[in-house]
Design a protein around this ligand. Structure first.
Ligand SMILES: *Cc1c(COP(=O)(O)O)cnc(C)c1O
Length: 233
């Protein structure tokens, strides 16, 4: 079996999981999280018909994007950035990123407005109650959304990372995200990963971000923070 066939099989498996959880696999966007894997995995993903591809580290994304072949690029990859975003990385990522999923503070909003005018963004919300996952606290979301709109960003929704551990542990946070998005009239709700996508779909996810369920366990990152393969860091 080729890598592309293998990924295609896993994609079908994830779509089945979405359907089994009561979601419409055509309506829930599947974003493939390729962090930790090389450019060949991005190409296999595109070959398997998934064009939404996410990275968490700026240098890994730019290196991988450069390494992906022209042919794959013609398959119209849509890059998402889902990791902790430093303001000094915005300019370099701006030509690539189609959806900034981890916007969580005013400083970042203003950098994006300058370096990526009218960019499409999601506001990341910390609904986990566990520190260190990024995101702004729920109380700050309305203000941050308003500020982002005021500077011309296209805020299409909210994003959250679940608690990790048992999938049920993510439900309460996903409910909070859903309610916040509804209150603000935001259509996109990016929630659910390999471990908790059923719970996310049950709670109204419109976009799941899946890595390990498509590609298997991620290789360890080395202490310098570089990806083991594919990184032009
Ligand atoms: C790594 C990552 C994912 C994918 O996680 P898996 O467990 O591999 O599915 C999704 N979202 C974010 C923000 C991530 O950092």
């Amino acid at each position: 079996m080729t890598l592309t066939e293998q990924v295609a099989e896993r994609v079908a498996g994830v779509r089945t999981r979405i359907a089994d959880a009561g979601g419409d696999p055509d309506a829930v966007t599947l974003v493939a999280v390729t962090k930790g894997f090389g450019p060949e995995v991005v190409q296999a993903t595109l070959g398997a018909g998934v064009v939404d591809v996410a990275e968490s580290y700026a240098q890994e994304m730019t290196g991988k994007a450069a390494a992906v072949s022209t042919a794959a690029r013609q398959l119209a990859v849509r890059w998402h950035f889902v990791g902790r975003l430093q303001t000094n990385k915005v300019a370099r990522l701006a030509p690539l990123v189609r959806l900034w999923q981890s916007v969580d503070r005013p400083e970042l909003v203003h950098h994006l407005a300058r370096r990526a005018p009218s960019a499409r963004v999601l506001v990341q919300v910390d609904v986990s109650g566990a520190p260190g996952r990024g995101g702004c606290v729920p109380d700050d979301v309305p203000g941050l959304v308003a500020e982002a709109r005021q500077v011309g960003l296209d805020v299409s929704g909210l994003m959250a990372v679940g608690r990790g551990g048992a999938p049920e542990g993510s439900r309460r946070g996903f409910r909070i995200l859903r309610a916040l998005a509804d209150d603000l009239g935001l259509a996109e709700r990016s929630m659910g990963m390999s471990g908790d996508l059923e719970v996310a779909v049950e709670e109204g996810s419109t976009m799941v971000r899946v890595g390990q369920a498509l590609f298997g366990p991620r290789p360890e990152r080395n202490p310098a923070g570089h990806a083991p393969s594919g990184g032009r860091n």
